[in-house]
Every structure is written in C-alpha cells, then in structure tokens.
Write a protein that binds this ligand. Structure first.
Ligand SMILES: Cc1cc2nc3c(=O)[nH]c(=O)nc-3n(C[C@H](O)[C@H](O)[C@H](O)COP(=O)(O)OP(=O)(O)OC[C@H]3O[C@@H](n4cnc5c(N)ncnc54)[C@H](O)[C@@H]3O)c2cc1C
Length: 505
C-alpha cells in the first residue's frame, strides 16, 4: 500500500533487498537452519551491497540513509525465511554497533563499527544474564578498573551472535554495589582470554541464528574500550531501546506480510469440496482481517519511525509499535498455519518455521509485558508530550535561570504526589555556577546541597538552559531525553521526580 513516508528511492531499495533475500539467502534456509549457523560469507556480501550500514555514517562505510531505509530493510529480512538470520543481521547492524556509533570513540569506530559495516566483523549486544533480563539495572557482570585496563567477570545468556560473533558490546557494573547508575558499556573481543561459550543454546525457533550463554573470567580489556562515559551505560541502553523496538516492530510486520502472501497462494491452489479455499468466506475473511491488521501495524511503525527521525518524543509509540508488530506476527502465523491444514504442521511447508520463529518476537527486545508497562506508565505517571499551545504559554524560568530553579526545588516538592518515596539525585548542570547538586528525598522531605555527596540513586546531566526550560514547562522532558539533551541513569526515579516537582507548576 502507498505510504507517505516512502519515496521511489525507498521502494527501489526494497526491490533490491527483496531480490537479494529471495535469490541469495532463502534458497539456503533449510541448510542453514539444519546447521544452526550462518556462513560468514553472506555478511561480507551484504556489506559489499551496503546492507549493513544503512543509517551509519559514510566515513565508516555506511550509507547515511534515513530511518525509512532501515524500516524497509527490516521488513524485507523476512524474505530470508529465517527468523534466526533476521535476528543475527539486525543485531549486528542496529544493536551491537548502535552504541559504538552513538557514543563510541574514534578508535572504537575504526576497530568495530567500520568492519561491522563491511561485514568483516559480526557483533553482539550482551545485556541479559542468567538471573536478570527485563530488570536491566540488576545485572551483576562487573568490570573493575586496574591501571589502564578493565578486568571483567560475570555471565551473559541468550546472546544473539554470541558464539560465532567477533565482539560484544557488553553491559557491566563498574561499581558492583551500585544500581542503574553504575552500568557501563565495554567492547570485548570474543577471542579475548577468559571469554568462553558456556553453551550454544537449543531453541524452539530461530535455528539458523546462534544464541549463546557466555562466561567472562578475569577478562582483561583496555580502558579505551569503554563506550562513552563510565556509569552512563543504563542511559545509553534505554535510549537505544527505542530503535531496538522499532526493529522488532518492522520485522514483525514484514514476517506477518510474508505469511499472509504465502497463505493466499496456498489457498488459491488448494481445493476442498470442489472449490479453492479462498472461496470459503470464513477463510477469506480471516485474510481480510490479517491484511487490515498488518496495514495498521505498518502505519504505526512508520509513524513511530517518523517521530524518531524528527527528534520528537517517541518512547510510547515505539513501544506500541513493538507490542503490536510482534503480537501481530505471532497471531498471524497461527491463523496462517491453520489455513494450511495438516501441511501447516509439516516441516516441508514454511508455516511451521514461521510459527516457531514468530514466537520469539514478543520476548526479545523487551517483552510484551514490559512494553505495556512502559506505555501505561507514560499514560499514568506523566511524560506525555506537552501540547504546543501549552508550551508557548509556559512562563519564563523562575528567577530567570537554572540555579534559581534548582534552589526553589525544596519549596516546590509535593510529598503527597510520591508517598513513601526516597531517593538521592546527583544533578550535573553544564554551564551553571555551581554545576553540581545533590537532591535528597526521604520521609516526605526534600533537601538540596551544593556538590555531589553520598551514593546517588539517579544521576541527571544536562545543560543549564535545558534544565530551566524543562523546569518552567517550556520543554517536554521526554522530548529532551529522546533528543539526547538530558542524560538520566534511572528512568523510574526520573518519573517520580517529574511527579514530585511537576515542571511548569
Ligand atoms: C532468541 C532470543 C535471543 C535473545 N537475544 C538477546 C541478545 O542478543 N542480547 C541480550 O542481551 N538479550 C537477548 N535475549 C534476552 C531477552 O532480551 C530477554 O529474554 C528478555 O528481555 C526477557 O528477560 P528474561 O528472559 O530474563 O525474562 P524475565 O525478565 O525474567 O521475565 C519473565 C516474565 O516476567 C515478565 N515480567 C518481568 N518484569 C515484569 C514487569 N515489571 N511487569 C510485568 N511483567 C514482567 C516478563 O514479561 C516475562 O513474561 C534474547 C532472548 C531470546 C529468547
């Protein structure tokens, strides 16, 4: 269906990717699924075609395309007919290298981003651990600074490209006693001494993709492999989750689309009681419902992508698109399998694999429950975009500046809005004098001190002007966060802050 977001260049790119997937990848699906591995050569081929650096900068070999080229690519990955292949490629391009692209040093970009774009290296993003997945702040893998190195110990599990990849963008605690504000991202080579594959995991689906449990034992990594700033990893991960969720949404839509196309052809060929299956109204109406749902999912995904591209608040919309797209693929694969009758259950037909592979979508990149949690929290606890009229009418920052606004926080504190809440915030305001403040909340009281004291539950960094704008209600905090103007180590604490100090009040 025509889309206002897609130009003729996007559609030409779609044709190219589809041709490649159908001619160069899908014919090998059974062999690669059986082998449980993807030949490295195919990454090289995709690198040469510019398929692995679609939105990455040209100076590292990327194409610097807009986000809709990425959406097209992710939808068309389904034509590989392997969820495992699609996952391996999307993790390589949009997850493992995303942080290196956004926050990595020049050295990291040269060593890991450029070779990932060319297909010479394959990367993994390693966050989940045996004891924790959804609750990222509770990871336990630790990195201890020793001279010019980090020494890493811990375990990761369910890691896509974990066994056969070349490097991991690894989430670890740089202060083992701390919470979210102690997480850092460090790039670790797969062949570094002390890294081992504890097991290649056997899975219900995604058979061609490698998913591994990993152990890290006294792994020594140069300090320069730190991505961005120490202790800012949680913020980086949360920021990148929006893109990760868009990937899940587009892949869900693409696989549902292919499922329905396959089912329609089958129903046109297959006859029962002397007529094609398409002539049974109950089955034809199911096709109509699925086509309608797919179109709705596609347009929601494109809308969320557009918001992201425009730098507008999109956390809620990306979460909705991921929830809808992944649940859609699961639902559609089930209905389509049914339309194939007994053949739907047989491995020689594509539906069994589509059904198995779609099942992973509502678990990876944030489960459906976590998507609902994010959407509902944004609805009930604030963070919704400030309507333009309200923004225009917002008063000038109190006292004309950030420092005055900070000093007024204890008076503005609304204990009744956050009963029982206690937290320590470290606020760092670039350009303000003084720049560092500690805000302590507990037992219904709020106090403010200059400087950074004690262990922080939440670290907040921004420039003074942004603080004053948010505080006065002139700027939406979610928009500032998504635009990278605000760095927050713990989003849950920040949501409480917004309730307690009600910007613009
Ligand atoms: C095939 C596959 C590939 C993967 N690839 C990667 C990868 O490359 N890198 C990586 O880091 N991870 C990867 N993962 C891990 C994936 O991101 C996690 O499985 C997922 O985030 C859920 O975490 P968990 O498995 O620990 O479940 P848990 O967090 O233990 O959750 C268990 C259940 O409780 C629910 N739940 C948890 N918290 C809440 C809440 N607050 N409210 C309501 N319900 C809740 C969950 O939705 C789920 O249903 C992969 C997983 C799979 C299956």
């Amino acid at each position: 269906m025509h889309s206002v977001y897609m130009t003729s260049d996007h559609e030409e790119f779609r044709r190219q990717v589809r041709r490649f997937m159908e001619n160069e990848v899908a014919p090998h699906a059974e062999a690669w699924e059986e082998a449980g591995a993807i030949p490295r050569e195919i990454f090289k081929q995709m690198g040469q075609l510019g398929f692995l650096g679609i939105t990455h900068p040209e100076e590292y070999g990327g194409s610097e395309g807009d986000i809709f080229f990425a959406m097209v690519f992710l939808e068309e990955l389904a034509r590989s007919r392997m969820g495992g292949f699609s996952a391996a490629v999307s993790v390589q391009q949009f997850m493992a290298t995303a942080h290196i692209h956004q926050q990595g040093s020049e050295e990291l970009k040269q060593n890991y981003l450029a070779p990932s774009i060319s297909g010479d290296k394959v990367g993994a993003l390693a966050i989940t651990e045996p004891d924790t997945g959804s609750d990222v702040a509770s990871i336990r893998t630790k990195a201890v600074r020793e001279g010019d190195n980090w020494v890493i110990n811990g375990a990761k599990t369910f890691i896509t490209n974990g066994a056969d990849g070349n490097f991991f963008t690894l989430a670890c605690k740089t202060n083992p006693e701390g919470g979210a504000g102690s997480i850092s991202l460090i790039v670790v080579d797969r062949d570094a001494p002390g890294v081992s594959v504890a097991q290649r995991l056997k899975k219900m689906g995604w058979h061609s993709g490698d998913t591994a449990e990993l152990a890290f034992e006294d792994v020594v990594v140069p300090h320069s492999n730190l991505v961005g700033q120490e202790n800012m990893g949680f913020y980086y991960i949360m920021e990148a989750f929006a893109l990760e969720r868009l990937c899940g949404a587009a892949m869900g839509v693409g696989s549902a689309q292919l499922c329905v196309e396959e089912t329609l052809s089958y129903m046109q060929e297959r006859t029962a009681f002397g007529r094609p299956l398409t002539r049974f109204q109950v089955l034809a109406h199911r096709l109509a419902d699925m086509a309608t749902d797919i179109e709705a999912g596609r347009q929601l995904t494109y809308h969320a992508a557009w918001l992201m591209q425009e730098g507008r608040p999109c956390v809620s919309e990306c979460s909705m698109a991921k929830l809808y797209g992944s649940e859609l693929a699961k639902r559609v694969s089930d209905v389509c399998l049914q339309a194939f009758g007994g053949f739907g259950f047989m491995e020689e037909y594509p539906m069994a694999r589509f059904y198995r592979d779609a099942r992973a979508g509502t678990i990876v990149a944030g489960t459906s429950e976590i998507m609902r949690e994010i959407i509902s929290r944004l609805m009930t606890e604030g963070g919704q975009p400030v309507p333009p009229k309200q923004r225009e009418a917002a008063p000038e920052p109190k006292g004309g500046g950030a420092v005055e606004a900070i000093k007024a926080l204890p008076e503005r504190f609304q204990a009744e809005a956050v009963p029982g809440w206690s937290a320590v915030f470290h606020l760092e305001l670039e350009d303000a004098q003084p720049a560092q403040w500690t805000l302590s909340i507990g037992e219904g009281q709020c106090s403010l001190n200059e400087g950074l004291t004690g262990e922080a539950d939440c670290l907040v960094q921004m420039d003074a002007a942004t603080f004053a704008e948010i505080d006065s209600g002139a700027t939406d905090p979610q928009a500032a966060f998504m635009a990278g103007k605000v760095k927050v180590s713990d989003l849950a604490q920040m949501l409480n802050y917004l309730k307690a100090f009600a910007p613009g009040s």
